[in-house]
Design a protein around this ligand. Structure first.
Ligand code: ZN
Length: 300
């Protein structure tokens, strides 16, 4: 049995997962207000899962939005500032008497989950992409998550687009403090800004998609631009890793037009006759964070 814990901005989700991928027990609770309460909450969750399943886990995996140092301390927690700089891994090890603790950001957990038994199961080189409020990536090779010696592998969302300064698109400051990052164009806010630059109106993403589906011309133009930018960003991934498959997750991965348009555009950008890399929608959806956290025990 493995335990996966997904730390969100307001909620904590936890599961105990069998090696076969069966969800044995789920727990959901709110994120406490400070680090001491947070550690106490994690102890309670793990003890409940141990009691319900009657066995001690092989390891515990934790997913959160942010940057994790190679030693398991938190470099930056995007939604929970009080977690920044805390030695989370060593504290949990001591408190839960568990040597096998793995902490990874949400994009890496997503990738681990989809590579293991999701949309990319059976593929060797997998690049996972989250297109949501933030934009992130993760790399899995032969079911091993490649986090890198600096824990920076897959930080694709914060690579600036080449020539971004010359684009007619709006210049948006990224959550990392820089300008021109892939995230600023491909996040939900990025799509909203693209639409706003064409229409003068700031509307939410579902409304843009609805207008696109009904053939509205500005929404079509906004989505065409979004497809092109996504293709440019993924063409870089293909040039770096040439993955067998790219799995898209997060709210914007639900835009079905991506799957028809983006592969053709990548093919043109790479000047190749046929793009062998598949681009597919995630299988596990919102559960990828917590499932992927549990899979960290098998994929590290
Ligand atoms: Zn950035």
């Amino acid at each position: 049995m493995m335990i996966g814990i997904d730390i969100g901005g307001t909620k904590i989700a936890a599961i105990s997962l069998s090696s076969e991928g069966n969800n044995l027990k789920t727990i959901s609770t709110f994120v406490p207000k400070n680090y001491d309460q947070f550690l106490r909450e994690l102890i309670t969750i793990v003890e409940q899962l141990r009691k319900k399943t009657g066995i001690k886990e092989k390891g515990i995996g934790i997913s959160l939005a942010g940057n994790i140092n190679p030693n398991g301390s938190i470099k930056r927690a995007i939604n929970l500032p009080w977690l920044t700089c805390k030695p989370l891994k060593s504290d949990i090890k001591k408190l839960l008497h568990q040597e096998h603790i793995y902490i990874a950001n949400d994009a890496n957990c997503f990738t681990a989950s989809e590579a293991y038994d999701g949309a990319a199961a059976g593929s060797n080189v997998v690049f996972g992409v989250i297109l949501g409020t933030g934009v992130g990536g993760g790399l899995s090779i032969n079911n091993r998550l490649i986090t890198g010696i600096n824990s920076l592998s897959g930080e694709w969302g914060h690579i600036p687009f080449p020539q971004w300064k010359n684009t007619i698109l709006p210049k948006i400051k990224c959550t990392c403090g820089e300008y021109g990052c892939i995230e600023t164009f491909l996040s939900g806010r990025g799509l909203q800004k693209i639409y706003e630059s064409l229409s003068g109106n700031l509307i939410d993403v579902p409304q843009i998609i609805e207008e696109y589906s009904s053939g509205e011309i500005i929404a079509k133009s906004a989505l065409d631009t979004y497809h092109q930018r996504l293709a440019e960003a993924l063409a870089m991934v293909v040039k770096l890793f040439d993955p067998d498959i790219i799995v898209l997750g997060g709210g914007l991965s639900q835009i079905n037009s991506i799957y028809n348009n983006v592969p053709k555009k990548i093919q043109v950008l790479l000047a190749i006759d046929n793009l062998n890399t598949q681009i597919v929608k995630a299988k596990h959806g919102p559960a990828s964070g917590v499932r992927g956290a549990a899979r960290l025990i098998q994929t590290n």
